[in-house]
Write a protein that binds this ligand. Structure first.
Ligand SMILES: [Fe+2]
Ligand SMILES: [Fe+2]
Length: 186
């Protein structure tokens, strides 16, 4: 096979890259090559952050309640998810700061800003169902954000894609738990 000549122009010449990097160094990781709409990206990330924190709180509540009714394996799953949602929150908050924004962790407005809801659930099956619903909301909202970010901000996109992958695993695990519980109770 003959090598195709690369007809794409080289992105930016070294001189321009060096000059651009020296300008606005106070903006840290945000260079003039950044193609995203920074305010909107930060706003979206803050909504995701609120969602993650609400998910941490919901899973924690469910963990303690399930533990109390001796559902050890389900409780362990809830705790693991709580920890993973916290890790998502931390990565998102870090990215917000990298983009020159501020993570909004104000507790008063948290539930209003979160996409997913804080539902206590009346029993074990109900808790699992609520978590599955919340995961499905998270999946849809991360997919939306990924589409919005597109090619403009590859780092944020990669972060969102990572998190989305884990939310899909979470949803799948909740679905399996729900099936097991419904089968064993019926
Ligand atoms: Fe998450
Ligand atoms: Fe999740």
């Amino acid at each position: 096979m003959k090598a195709k000549p690369n007809d794409k122009p080289f992105l930016t010449d070294i001189q321009t890259l060096r000059e651009r990097a020296r300008k606005h160094i106070e903006q840290g990781a945000v260079t003039s090559g950044y193609k995203g709409d920074r305010n909107t990206v930060v706003k979206l990330l803050n909504e995701a952050l609120a969602t993650e924190i609400v998910c941490v709180l919901r899973y924690k509540r469910h963990y303690y309640m399930a533990d109390g009714i001796h559902a050890k394996s389900v409780a362990d799953e809830f705790l693991q998810h709580a920890n993973e949602e916290q890790a998502h929150a931390d990565r998102i908050a870090q990215r917000i700061v990298q983009l020159g924004g501020e993570p909004d962790l104000a507790p008063d407005s948290l539930t209003a800003r979160s996409h997913a809801e804080y539902k206590e659930g009346k029993d074990l099956v109900d808790m699992i169902r609520e978590n599955l619903v919340a995961e499905r909301i998270a999946i849809d909202s991360y997919a939306d954000m990924i589409r919005y970010v597109g090619e403009d901000d590859p780092t944020t996109r990669r972060l969102l894609e990572d998190v989305l992958g884990q939310e899909e695993e979470h949803a799948d695990e909740m679905k399996t738990l729900l099936e097991v519980m419904v089968k064993s109770s019926g």
